[in-house]
Design a protein around this ligand. Structure first.
Ligand code: ASP
Length: 361
């Protein structure tokens, strides 16, 4: 009798547990494994951008165009050599971005744009696809190469992101190269700020609600952020992005560039992505992570995911800009909804491709 009672209670217990425990199969649909069906395209590969925007051939001199192309080539060759020699994608990304940060041509490092307060506040981030470790810095004013600070935060601190004075002082403590804020002064960027402020006045006079915190002459201008994504011979992906933000942004404003998942993302299971464009929309749309997530959860190819997120999601939100990406098989993508994007790719056959304007033009 005692055995029968014990068995009865054990049965009740099991039955109730079964009822109380949520059954994961009850409330979601099957998800694909995310294994990309594409073949290995390259053992290693690198893609860079120098910003997207309304970059039109008719507004460009052939000298300027040659200058941009030469700098893009110098930058991508740096990372490509590292990858070819068996180096890591993280090193390739960092060193490639350094070259663009040191050039006044791009809105990153030396060529950073001005805030509404006449200051330069720089943002950067880097991500390791192998470990998902990442580092980011926001609003620094004295760090010559913010991508190096992002890397240092990732490698040597317990944090992912540091901002403002704390980030500047951490960089100094770590022995990174520090410059005076005047280092970032360039005549061209000051003119852009003046134009932006003039336009702001006009917009206020007309009681237009739209604040001209972004580059006033977006028509003749571009965003100019720099980014790099790479796949190394060991199968590791990395992504990095560095920027001065947007001309006439309110001081203290932080864009998508240092936000992991918005402007930068890397995951060895899927792809590495770096974005450029109107940062507020990239943050709202979690653009970089969305591309990876489509591959991971939906089994999309890199191309399908990039087109969907840029041409549909970002565009429908009202955002402008683009991304560069490389997947775990070495497939490369450059997708944007603006008239142009400074960009280049290089594969494991040493084939170099540099472009500026949209092919639709
Ligand atoms: N995405 C950057 C920002 O909003 C700007 C850019 O890409 O040039 O700060």
């Amino acid at each position: 009798m005692r055995n029968i009672i014990q068995f009865y209670f054990a049965f009740l217990l099991l039955f109730n547990c079964g009822k109380l425990e949520p059954n994961p199969d009850d409330n979601h649909q099957d998800v694909k494994s995310g294994e990309s069906t594409t073949q290995k395209a390259n053992d290693f590969a690198i893609v860079i951008h120098g910003g997207a925007g309304t970059i039109l051939k008719k507004n460009m001199t052939s000298e300027k165009e040659a200058e941009y192309k030469a700098k893009l080539e110098e930058a991508i060759r740096m990372g490509h050599t590292i990858l070819k020699n068996g180096g890591s994608s993280l090193d390739a990304v960092e060193k490639t971005i350094n070259i663009m940060e040191d050039s006044p041509l791009f809105n990153a490092g030396k060529g950073a744009v001005f805030t509404n307060a006449g200051t330069n506040e720089l943002d950067a981030s880097i991500m390791d696809g192998k470990t998902l470790n990442s580092g980011a810095s926001a609003g620094t004013k004295t760090v010559k190469n913010p991508i190096n600070l992002a890397r240092r935060i990732m490698d040597d601190s317990p944090h992912v992101m540091m901002a403002g004075d704390g980030a500047d002082s951490y960089a100094k403590e770590q022995g990174l190269e520090i410059v005076s804020p005047e280092y970032f002064f360039t005549e061209g960027r000051l003119k852009s700020l003046e134009r932006a402020k003039d336009r702001e006045k006009v917009e206020l006079d007309h009681n237009d609600q739209k604040a001209a915190f972004y580059d006033a002459d977006i028509k003749d201008s571009k965003y100019g952020t720099v980014g790099c994504v790479a796949l190394d011979k060991h199968g590791n992906l990395a992504a990095g992005t560095s920027t001065g933000g947007m001309t006439n942004k309110r001081f203290g404003r932080v864009g998508d560039t240092p936000i992991i998942g918005a402007g930068t993302y890397a995951n060895n299971a899927t792809c590495a992505v770096s974005g450029t464009g109107w940062g507020e929309y990239f943050i709202r749309g979690t653009v970089a992570h969305d591309i990876s997530a489509m591959m991971e959860y939906k089994g999309s190819t890199l191309e399908e995911a990039s087109v969907e997120v840029i041409q549909k999601k970002l565009t429908n939100l009202g955002g402008t800009g683009g991304i560069i990406a490389v997947d775990k098989n070495g497939n490369m993508m450059m997708e944007f909804n603006t008239a142009g994007m400074y960009r280049a790719t290089m594969n494991d056959k040493d084939e170099l491709n540099i472009e500026i304007y949209s092919k639709k033009e």
